[in-house]
Design a protein around this ligand. Structure first.
Ligand code: DQA
Length: 138
């Protein structure tokens, strides 16, 4: 099984960025533990701060992979282009968020991409990614 995790803008700063919201572990450390937990799953990781690069990656992998786990960061709330990319490919996409965006500022309550995704997992810290892996396993 091949799963691609895509992290969008500012998620390269996990562990350094707003630690009270996003925690103090870097994504690399978390990714290592995730890969150990699922040795039979090929978990590929991609991060970019650039909207078009996220779209290119969805196009590149979106016809071959079994699942894409996407945390589009703030583009979640603005990007019709990412929603269109998700709709354009055949690989199912699960939207994830570390924080519970519905407890936060009102502009984070809207997602442009949810309706294009298979499902949404949010508010469980970095464990949101593992829950998405579990969803794909099923
Ligand atoms: C986030 C929530 C977004 O609103 C925010 O812009 C992020 C991270 C999350 O994982 O909680 O960058 O996607």
């Amino acid at each position: 099984m091949n799963i691609l995790i895509i992290n969008g803008p500012n998620l390269n700063l996990l562990g350094k960025r707003e630690k009270t919201i996003y925690g103090d572990a870097s994504f690399d450390v978390y990714l290592e533990s995730l890969r150990k937990r699922y040795p039979d799953i090929n978990i590929v990781y991609y991060q970019s701060n650039i909207e078009g690069e996220l779209i290119n990656k969805i196009h590149e992998c979106g016809f071959d992979y079994d699942g894409i786990i996407l945390n589009a960061g703030a583009y979640t709330h603005t990007s019709i282009a990412i929603a269109d990319a998700i709709r354009a490919v055949t690989t199912p996409v699960i939207e994830v968020h570390i924080s519970n965006v519905h407890k936060r500022e009102e502009y984070r309550h809207v997602s442009m991409i949810s309706a294009a995704c298979m499902g949404v997992i949010l508010g469980f810290g970095t464990d949101s990614y593992r829950l998405a892996v579990e969803a794909f396993k099923k």
